[in-house]
Design a protein around this ligand. Structure first.
Ligand SMILES: *[C@@H]1O[C@H](CO)[C@@H](O)[C@H](O)[C@H]1NC(C)=O
Ligand SMILES: *[C@@H]1O[C@H](CO)[C@@H](O)[C@H](O)[C@H]1NC(C)=O
Length: 339
């Protein structure tokens, strides 16, 4: 006879087994049925688009030579993408691997993507996006953006990229925004990123412009804040391996760099960091980053000169210490010279 506790545990086990599905059983699709032609003439749409597909699971697909972006996911929540193999020549234009926008709660993991454009691009109105174990290259790297195109308000937050490898890409981890937009990109982290001969390993580009003509300078911008780069290692083929080019109207704040080691892919060449209008902290960074203008900025307090330094408490402590010193001095004095 089973006791009540054992009975309850048994029922729990049966329910758990009944609701378990091996993830490899996720539905697969023939991309040819979704308009993929691959010749750049017959069809310029994205090879495979998922719009408003909640609880989407994609696994085990191979995509070769899409005519435009390979996989486009939009307006979908709770998305799980894994074990994809996407390949197109480095010279093929606009062949993003995975584009995701207007979506929340997505996890893209354990995939290999080499194309002529972004490996993974995260567009506006996206949050809680996790990318792990993805190998990219060739292509343009992992991008957040481009945001704020045509004056758009774009919002991206909680994007976490971890344990990824970039091989011979033209950017490593990038945040790109157009001038003239609004909204924000915040709470973003890039952790344990391996670089192999990457052109712009760490880059924030708030002057993004893909026109043949130079884009005009504008006074509004998507606000970039709270971006963490932690454990980014490997080689760069450009000297400016860290470029934080933030908007002159709304600076980037709370940029945190730690445990960075990016050396030149060409032995003997140095690497440098360049920042403009970027604020934050860095520790253990090669190249040295001494351009993050002040150690810490506070949300809603820009420009930083307007921020109140925490000097009041320091003054109090100083005064306090002097006071203690005199008190002990007086005590000693009275001991040594008893009346
Ligand atoms: C870092 O990422 C690589 C894959 O790029 C992985 O093999 C390694 O285990 C990760 N390191 C840690 C400490 O998680
Ligand atoms: C636009 O702004 C950038 C950065 O402040 C500056 O380098 C550039 O000269 C400006 N361009 C024009 C056309 O004003």
């Amino acid at each position: 006879m089973l006791g009540r506790v054992q009975e309850f545990l048994l029922i729990l086990l049966v329910v758990a087994l009944a609701s378990w599905r091996p993830t490899t059983e996720a539905s697969t699709a023939d991309v040819m049925q979704h308009g993929a032609a691959g010749d750049g003439k017959t069809d310029d749409s994205k090879a495979l688009t998922f719009s408003a597909c909640n609880n989407l699971q994609l696994s085990g697909l191979s995509h070769v030579n899409s005519q435009s972006a390979h996989i486009h996911i939009t307006s979908s929540n709770s998305v799980l993408v894994s074990n994809l193999y996407i390949i197109a020549p480095a010279s093929s234009p606009n062949t993003d691997g995975i584009d995701i926008s207007h979506s929340t709660d997505a996890w893209i993991h354990d995939s290999t993507i080499g194309t002529g454009d972004d490996c993974i691009a995260i567009g506006g109105d996206s949050s809680n996006i996790k990318i792990t174990g993805v190998t990219c290259g060739p292509g343009h790297g992992i991008s957040i953006g481009s945001l704020g195109h045509n004056g758009n308000t774009d919002i991206v937050e909680e994007v976490h990229v971890k344990d990824c490898i970039l091989k011979r890409t033209t950017n490593g981890v990038r945040i790109k925004t157009w001038q003239g937009g609004s909204g924000y990109a915040r709470k973003i982290s890039f952790e344990n990123i391996t670089l192999d001969a990457v052109a712009n390993p760490i880059i924030i580009d708030q002057f993004y412009c893909d026109h043949k003509f130079k884009c005009k300078n504008q006074t509004s911008a998507v606000k970039v804040s709270n971006v963490i780069y932690k454990g980014v290692h490997g080689t760069s083929i450009t000297e400016d391996s860290i470029k934080l080019m933030c908007s002159q109207s709304i600076s980037c704040s709370d940029i945190v760099l730690s445990d960075i080691n990016i050396v030149s892919a060409n032995s003997g060449k140095p690497t440098h960091a360049f920042c403009s209008n970027a604020y934050g902290t860095n520790s253990l960074s090669n190249p040295l980053v001494n351009c993050l203008s002040i150690p810490l900025t506070y949300e809603g307090c820009h420009p930083p000169e307007n921020c109140l330094p925490p000097s009041q408490s320091t003054k109090f402590l100083d005064f306090h210490n002097v006071y203690l010193f005199f008190l002990s001095f007086l005590l000693c004095f009275s001991f040594l010279n008893p009346l």
